[in-house]
Design a protein around this ligand. Structure first.
Ligand SMILES: NC(=O)c1ccc[n+]([C@@H]2O[C@H](COP(=O)([O-])OP(=O)(O)OC[C@H]3O[C@@H](n4cnc5c(N)ncnc54)[C@H](OP(=O)(O)O)[C@@H]3O)[C@@H](O)[C@H]2O)c1
Length: 113
């Protein structure tokens, strides 16, 4: 049974360098119910099998509908956006405006980081 004061944490981009570290860290923390999203399954070697049950696959943050469904289903207290539009990649030249860049608006309770 879940603890009464358990907080739900949703980590977007859990297959990335930052996201997988966040997922590991928070899964080891007491009082948190943690889920992480990935675009593709399997997420590669970056996540140990012991964490696979915490992972929701098929989440592309450029789909506003997918994010809306995800938030409605999980109802997180906090969303941590670790999706990276990293400098090394060609598409990082695209200006901000995709849903991933607007998560602070879309997240529940105004608690996205
Ligand atoms: N790494 C650090 O030490 C560090 C420190 C401070 C800040 N940051 C910032 O944190 C962010 C992530 O950095 P990182 O080093 O973790 O990058 P990374 O290893 O390249 O990870 C990027 C992640 O974003 C996911 N992603 C990209 N486009 C997506 C989309 N449309 N939908 C869903 N997921 C998508 C990737 O999924 P796929 O695996 O499917 O491609 C991957 O999980 C960047 O903005 C970076 O500037 C990183």
């Amino acid at each position: 049974m879940a603890e009464v004061n358990t907080r739900k944490i949703l980590i977007l981009g859990s297959s990335g360098m930052l996201g997988n570290a966040m997922l590991r860290l928070f899964c080891d923390s007491a009082g948190l119910d943690v889920r992480g999203t990935v675009r593709r399954w399997p997420p590669g070697d970056v996540l140990p099998r012991s964490l696979h049950s915490k992972v929701i696959c098929g989440v592309d943050v450029e789909s506003a509908d997918a994010l809306t469904r995800l938030f409605a289903e999980i109802r997180p207290d906090v969303v941590i956006n670790c999706v990276g539009v990293v400098k090394q990649l060609v598409f990082s030249a695209r200006p901000p405006g995709c849903p991933a860049c607007q998560l602070h608006i879309a997240a529940p309770s105004g608690q996205a980081l």
